[in-house]
Design a binder for this molecule. Sequence first.
Ligand code: SPV
Ligand code: MG
Length: 571
Amino acid sequence: MNARTPALSTASRSATLRQLLVSSELEFMMEAHNGLSARIVREAGFKAIWASGLAISAQFGVRDNNEASWTQVVDTLEFMADSSGLPILVDGDTGYGNFNNVRRLVRKLEQRGIAGLCIEDKQFPKTNSFIDGERQPLATIDEFCGKIKAGKDTQTDADFSIVARVEALIAGWGMDEALRRAEAYRQAGADAILIHSKLSRPDEILEFAREWAGRAPLVIVPTKYYSTPTEVFRQAGISLVIWANHLVRAAASAMQAVAREIHDTQTLVHVEDRIAPVSEIFRLQDADEYSAAERLYLSGSEAPGAAVVLAASRGEGLDALTAERPKVMLPVAGKPLLRWLVDAFKMQGIHDITVVGGYRADAIQCAGVTLVRNERHASTGELASLACAADGLHTDTVIAYGDLLFRSYFLRDLFESECRFSVVVDSSQTQPSNQSVRDFAYCSAPDDRALFGQKVLLRHVSNKAREVAVTGGQAPQGRWIGLLCVRGAGREALQQTLAGLRARADFDTLDMPDLLNALIDAGEEIDVKYVHGHWRSVNDLEDYQRAGEFAHARLPFVQGAPDTPGSEKRR
Ligand code: SPV
Ligand code: MG
């Protein structure tokens, strides 16, 4: 954040503007015309903003003739006030009508945190002062004084400022009339006088300032007499200089050049380095603050932030089906296995998903994931794949086998665990039903629904259904399904343990159960979330067929949609 001028509360904005008007220093105000430019004005260091009628009309693409309605202007002002937090002096043209419109305008401006209003003594609808100024009719002095009084009587914040703009010099009515009007407006309650000139030299402004002799703060807009040294204004006792339209003009030049360049060259390559990067736009929008707030307030924000999917294996048991693709790309009920898994993560708000590919990684097509490759997949195990993603591991991560289909509550249950590590164990599988069944889980207690909610810890994972060395020949309590949730400081513990295993000569042969067991040996508690069925993994053709049936049962209920993906198979 490089805001050189801090955002102010609404009350201190009006007080600041008033201070700028009455201070003995020469002060400056920069034009802005929308939320972004207002933010840029603040970051440049200006203490206040001129909400230019010309610039706001221009950014709407309309003329400075009250073509934009006053409510459209007020809505824009709200964006500017919010994004900048600076005092804003609004160019309110003629007040958008008579005294009554001024009253309503002042009420609405105060409600939106605007610090002051400038009104000019022309008639509604006005025209910009630099377009045929002489032909523009002025309001009578009495009528305009009525507007000033109405505005001052309406404001509830004593510091809200009303600046009366004298157009007599613009309209060719001469110096005496300008001074006469300014004095009448001062007496009507104006907090400052804006004296406007369209000459290329400051002569009439300086003469006015001399005659005026400090009766009230003077504001000027040196758009036409821009070459006048600023010191001249300081010596003349001017209070406030408005740089009135320079950001909208700068934006127009930049946009014209860039649009033309892209149009003519049909490529972005020549402009990319000459325009603000997208990250700069995000910064100006305070995107970081949003991300922090999201973590704080968004329901489900306690869910892990990322997933790592181990998808390097071919799936030998699937024969020719995986000749050209890894098993995660096998279609199941109309979409690849991997897509089912990724969608399950996305449903839980996990969008940072890394897939570690290996065998035929080139065939992995899945939108919304980052693909990394275990180049040594042919000679390594699951931990070598995990190691490919371990360095950039998010604090809260679910690590998953790539061939899993499961009900959505599995992830929810994992997220609910308060432990650094949690796993899903299926208590319905305590015996190998075929050769490919592995990952038996030995736990501190069996799945006992009478004791629902009690903490159960993982003791060991093994491919053997009778792990004599560890369990004394007891049967396992279930099967680890291939979902591991790592949270908080668990990430460092996992990275350390993995680093320890990497140092072993047999690292290339190690799989996920070896990591779980090493974590347990290192004293980590691994919370067990029992389930009873409701999932599938795909290791052989029989699994594959059963996965299809399982997935079909998970398709949305769609009536009368014969071409629902997979519907043919269902028949
Ligand atoms: C504006 O910025 O809209 C002004 C100043 O009113 S000028 O365009 O100079 O009239
Ligand atoms: Mg204007």
